[in-house]
Design a protein around this ligand. Structure first.
Ligand code: GDP
Ligand code: ZN
Length: 289
């Protein structure tokens, strides 16, 4: 039978089968040792309870092991001090892996949140369609967030700096979603950073949201500096107007991206792009020396 891996814990994999039932399976012989990820579409034997085959992945992440992610909920907040370069990096990862980002500011009950939210909109409206303001504490904006997360067969991960509110948002969102679905099947294993397993919870429209509060989306430095410009969606339409073919928008003359600064390209984001480019360049030099 075909199914999707929704939970992995110490070599045991829970699979939601095509028949709507959940099966706890072991991997078939040679697949032991890290070959199966949460999110994997698999072929399994429902009598022997073994996973036979993993289908080709759309994308994959190593820590925690997750595959076929379609959407990322990037959580930020006015406190602790937000690192906007980190948000840029997570967005780059999303675009490089064809993942739709949802940028969510938590803690909108705190002073300074409104200003920070304005800044987020200024910096990211050109590259991210969904930017939301919520409070996991008061519940403000949570129904809107649930709507933004909905959709058919999505696999959603939650990412962001620690203490921004990822766990709190999951805790606020899951009961609302489960009211619609009539209960999340397994709640027992869910704890705050205490368990080492990866688990995904069913969404009403057939998708899943992964309990990946420690997810950074950044475990691999696999983007080349020269490629970076392609993962800034607001730069892409300008590229053909730059004087130099393959312009990296750094110091080249007649650069259309630089000409758009403070218009369709935010200056803050552009400055951080240059920092990120330099960082990747250094990394490559060290790697290939
Ligand atoms: P995580 O590390 O990103 O999962 O963050 P947590 O969900 O553990 O939250 C970090 C801290 O922020 C905790 O002390 C929460 O109580 C607090 N927090 C989370 N959401 C809100 C919120 O909407 N408003 C306020 N004032 N505090 C919040
Ligand atoms: Zn340019």
């Amino acid at each position: 039978m075909k199914g999707i891996v929704v939970k992995s814990l110490r070599g045991c994999f829970s699979v939601d089968g095509a028949d709507g039932k959940r099966y706890d399976c072991a991997p078939r012989g040679k697949m032991r040792g890290g070959g199966i990820f949460c999110g994997d579409n698999v072929e399994f034997n429902e009598r022997e309870l073994v996973v036979e085959r993993v289908a080709e992945r759309k994308n994959q992440f190593a820590r925690p092991p997750m595959s076929n992610i379609t959407r990322a909920l990037i959580v930020t907040a006015v406190t602790p001090v937000p690192d906007m370069l980190l948000i840029d990096k997570m967005l780059v990862k999303c675009y490089a892996r064809k993942i739709e980002p949802v940028l969510c500011m938590d803690k909108n009950d705190l002073p300074g949140a409104a200003e920070y939210f304005d800044k987020l909109k200024t910096e990211y409206a050109a590259c991210c369609d969904k930017i939301l303001s919520v409070s996991a504490k008061t519940g403000n904006g949570i129904p809107e967030l649930c709507r933004a997360l909905g959709g058919r067969n999505e696999i959603i991960c939650v990412a962001g700096q620690s203490a921004m509110g990822k766990s709190s948002i999951l805790n606020a969102v899951l009961p609302l979603l489960s009211l619609k679905t009539g209960g999340i099947s397994e709640k027992s294993g869910r704890g705050r950073h205490t368990t080492r397993h990866t688990e995904m919870f069913s969404l009403p429209d057939g998708g899943y949201i992964a309990d990946t509060a420690g997810f950074s989306l950044l475990s691999e430095q696999d983007i080349e500096a020269e490629q970076l410009k392609y993962y800034y969606p607001e730069f892409v339409p300008l590229q053909s107007k730059c004087k130099y073919y393959g312009c990296n928008h750094l110091t080249e003359p007649d650069c259309a991206v630089m000409a758009e600064l403070s218009r369709s390209v935010s200056s803050g984001r552009y400055q951080r792009y240059k920092d990120f480019y330099a960082e990747l360049n250094d990394y490559q030099k060290k790697k290939y020396r």
